[in-house]
Design a binder for this molecule. Structure first.
Ligand SMILES: *[C@@H]1O[C@H](CO)[C@@H](O)[C@H](O)[C@H]1NC(C)=O
Ligand SMILES: *[C@@H]1O[C@H](CO)[C@@H](O)[C@H](O)[C@H]1NC(C)=O
Ligand SMILES: *[C@@H]1O[C@H](CO)[C@@H](O)[C@H](O)[C@H]1NC(C)=O
Ligand SMILES: *[C@@H]1O[C@H](CO)[C@@H](O)[C@H](O)[C@H]1NC(C)=O
Ligand SMILES: *[C@@H]1O[C@H](CO)[C@@H](O)[C@H](O)[C@H]1NC(C)=O
Ligand SMILES: *[C@@H]1O[C@H](CO)[C@@H](O)[C@H](O)[C@H]1NC(C)=O
Ligand SMILES: *[C@@H]1O[C@H](CO)[C@@H](O)[C@H](O)[C@H]1NC(C)=O
Ligand SMILES: *[C@@H]1O[C@H](CO)[C@@H](O)[C@H](O)[C@H]1NC(C)=O
Ligand SMILES: *[C@@H]1O[C@H](CO)[C@@H](O)[C@H](O)[C@H]1NC(C)=O
Ligand SMILES: *[C@@H]1O[C@H](CO)[C@@H](O)[C@H](O)[C@H]1NC(C)=O
Ligand SMILES: [Cu+2]
Length: 409
C-alpha cells in the first residue's frame, strides 16, 4: 500500500522571498517513504490509540508557513518568555519565565541527555512539551487545514480524501539542507518581521571552538553580537552560560542557575552549514546508517573524531550566546526549529523500517559513557521538571501513539 499521489492545496499564498531554497528532493522522498510505510503499518492494525494518519497533525517547514502563521508562532514564543516561571526560585533564581522553565531542564540535564541512549527520545519529548506550552498557555494555534492526501486507493480503507492539519514544522538552519548554502538570508534568519530574528551585529570575535579538541575552530562569521532585528530583537537571555563558545561570555555560575540577563547573540555560520547540514549530509545520514547506534552517533557527531554531524552542525550554524553553548542552547528560539528537524530526521529513519527501528535504542545513560554507566532502556524515564509529567522512553518512540499524534512531510 502506498500513497498514490499527494496533492497540495495551499490555502494561503506563501511570502515571496527572493531566496531560492536548495532542493531537498532526496530527504523529502525518504519522508514520503516513511509516511507510506506508516500508512501500511496503520492499515495492518498496529496503531493502538485514537491517532490515525487522518487526524494526525502535520509539522511543517518554517519556509512553508505563511507570514500570519509565522507571526503566530513567534508571538507565542514571546508570550512564553513573558509568563512567570513555575520553577522553584530558591533553587533556580535565574529562571524568570516559562521559557526559562524549559531552558533550565536542558541546562540541568545536559550531561545525561546528549551522547546517551535517551538523546533522541528526551529531545522529542522536550520539543513536544514546549509546543504544548505554546499552544495551551500562549495561544499558538498552528493548526490550519492545508492539504489533501489521496491515501491508499487500493487498500481496504478505500479511497479517502481528507484535510490534514498541521502544527509547526520546527526546523532549523533549514530542512537544514534547504537553507544550508546561505542561512543568514533564509526566512529563518533574514531578520524580517516573519523570521526568528537575524544575525547578531558584527562584534570582533575569534573562531568558535566548537569542539573541545579544537579540531574545528569555526571561523568567525559576520555576527557575534546582539540581535537588533526581528521578533526577538529585545529578548533577554536569563540563564547561563555554562559552556560558552564566545570568549566574551562571562560564566557567572557553573550550574547555570544564577540570573544573568544579557542580550541574545548569534553568529550565523554558513561555514558550518555548508559542511555539516547539507541535503547530501542528511541523505547520507539516513541511508547509510541502518543501526541506531551508528545513526545517532553520526547524527550527533563525535567530538573526539572532529565531527559535528547534523546535530552539532545545526547548533553551530546558529552559534553565539547561548546558541553555541551545549547546556544553554535552548535559550535561542531557533533551537526548537533545529530540534524539530532532528526529530523529523529520526522519524524518517525510524519509519523506513518500522518493525525493526521504531523501538531501537542504544547507548548508556551518561554522555559518551563518561563516567561509565549502564545501558539505557525503553523503561527509563524522561524528566522535564515543572514542564511535563515524567514518561517512559517506550511511550515516545512512535509519533502516532501514546501522547503523540503528529507526522512530518
Ligand atoms: C496496545 O496498548 C497496550 C497497552 O498499552 C499494549 O499492551 C499493547 O502492546 C499495544 N498494542 C500495540 C499493537 O501496540
Ligand atoms: C514547501 O514548499 C515547497 C516550495 O514552495 C514545496 O515544493 C513543498 O511541497 C512544500 N512542502 C510542504 C510540506 O508543504
Ligand atoms: C494565533 O492565531 C489565533 C487564531 O487567529 C489567535 O486566536 C491567537 O491569539 C494567535 N496567537 C498569538 C500568540 O498570536
Ligand atoms: C582572540 O585571540 C587572541 C589570541 O589568543 C587574543 O589575544 C584576543 O584577545 C582574542 N580576541 C577576542 C575578541 O576574544
Ligand atoms: C528594546 O529594549 C529597550 C531597553 O529595554 C527599550 O528601550 C526599547 O524600547 C525596546 N525596543 C522595542 C522595539 O521593544
Ligand atoms: C549553583 O551555583 C551557585 C553558586 O555558583 C550556588 O550558590 C547554588 O547553590 C548552585 N545551585 C545548584 C542547584 O547547584
Ligand atoms: C556534507 O555535505 C557537503 C556538501 O554537500 C560535503 O562537502 C561534506 O563532505 C559533507 N560532510 C559529511 C560529513 O559528509
Ligand atoms: C569517536 O571517535 C574516536 C576517534 O576516532 C573513536 O575512537 C570513538 O570510538 C568514536 N566514538 C564513537 C561513539 O563512535
Ligand atoms: C550494552 O550495550 C552494548 C551495545 O549494544 C552491549 O554490547 C553490551 O553488552 C550492553 N551491556 C549490558 C550490560 O547489557
Ligand atoms: C536537576 O537534576 C537533578 C538530577 O541530576 C535533579 O535531582 C534535580 O531535581 C533537578 N533540578 C530541577 C530543578 O529540576
Ligand atoms: Cu540538547
Amino acid at each position: 500500500m502506498h500513497f498514490s499521489s499527494v496533492v497540495w492545496v495551499p490555502l494561503f499564498a506563501l511570502s515571496t522571498a527572493a531566496y531560492t531554497p536548495a532542493s531537498t528532493a532526496n530527504t523529502d522522498q525518504l519522508a514520503a517513504d516513511a509516511l507510506s510505510n506508516l500508512a501500511t503499518w496503520a492499515a495492518d492494525g498496529n496503531l493502538n490509540g485514537t491517532c490515525t494518519l487522518e487526524n494526525a497533525a502535520v509539522r511543517k517547514e518554517w519556509g512553508n508557513l505563511t507570514e500570519t502563521e509565522r507571526s503566530n508562532y513567534t508571538s507565542s514564543v514571546l508570550c512564553l518568555m513573558a509568563l512567570p516561571a513555575k520553577t522553584d526560585a530558591t533553587i533556580v533564581p535565574g529562571a524568570k519565565s516559562r521559557y526559562d522553565d524549559f531552558l533550565y531542564q536542558h541546562i540541568n540535564q545536559t550531561l545525561t541527555i546528549h551522547g546517551t541512549a535517551n538523546f533522541l527520545s528526551w529531545h522529542r519529548w522536550f520539543v513536544y512539551t514546549y509546543e504544548q506550552a505554546l499552544r495551551n498557555e500562549c495561544g499558538y494555534t498552528g493548526y490550519q487545514p492545508y492539504c489533501k492526501i489521496n491515501l491508499n486507493p487500493h487498500s481496504a480503507r478505500g479511497l479517502r480524501h481528507f484535510s490534514l492539519v498541521y502544527t509547526m514544522y520546527f526546523k532549523a538552519p533549514g530542512n537544514w539542507g534547504r537553507w544550508a548554502a546561505d542561512p543568514v538570508n533564509s526566512p529563518i534568519f533574514d531578520g524580517g518581521d516573519y523570521s526568528l530574528s537575524g544575525n547578531g551585529v558584527y562584534e570582533a570575535h575569534n573562531c568558535t571552538e566548537g569542539l573541545p579538541t579544537d579540531l574545528n575552530c569555526i571561523p568567525a562569521g559576520s555576527g557575534g553580537g546582539c540581535i537588533y532585528s526581528g521578533p526577538f530583537k529585545n529578548s533577554t537571555v536569563h540563564l547561563g552560560p555554562v559552556d560558552p563558545t564566545l570568549a566574551e561570555s562571562e560564566i557567572v555560575s557553573n550550574n547555570g542557575t544564577i540570573y544573568n540577563p544579557r542580550c541574545l547573540k548569534r553568529d550565523v555560520s554558513s561555514w558550518v552549514s555548508t559542511r555539516w547540514t547539507t541535503e547530501e549530509n542528511s541523505t547520507a545520514l539516513i541511508t547509510e546508517n541502518s543501526d541506531i547506534d551508528s545513526f545517532q552517533t553520526t547524527m550527533q557527531g563525535n567530538f573526539t573524531a572532529g565531527t559535528y554531524g547534523v546535530h552539532g552542525g545545526g547548533h553551530f550554524t546558529i552559534g553565539g550566546d547561548p546558541g553555541g553553548d551545549i547546556y544553554t542552547s535552548p535559550g535561542d528560539p531557533v533551537f526548537w526549529l533545529h530540534h524539530g528537524q532532528i526529530d523529523r530526521t529520526w522519524w524518517i529513519w525510524q519509519n523506513q523500517d518500522i518493525a525493526s527501528r521504531q523501538d531501537a535504542i542504544s547507548g548508556t545513560i551518561t554522555m559518551d559513557n563518561s563516567p561509565a554507566s549502564r545501558n539505557g532502556t525503553l523503561d527509563d524515564t524522561l524528566y522535564l521538571g515543572v514542564n511535563a509529567d515524567t514518561i517512559a522512553i517506550k511511550d515516545v518512540m512512535s509519533t502516532v501513539e501514546g501522547p503523540f499524534c503528529y507526522i512530518y512531510m
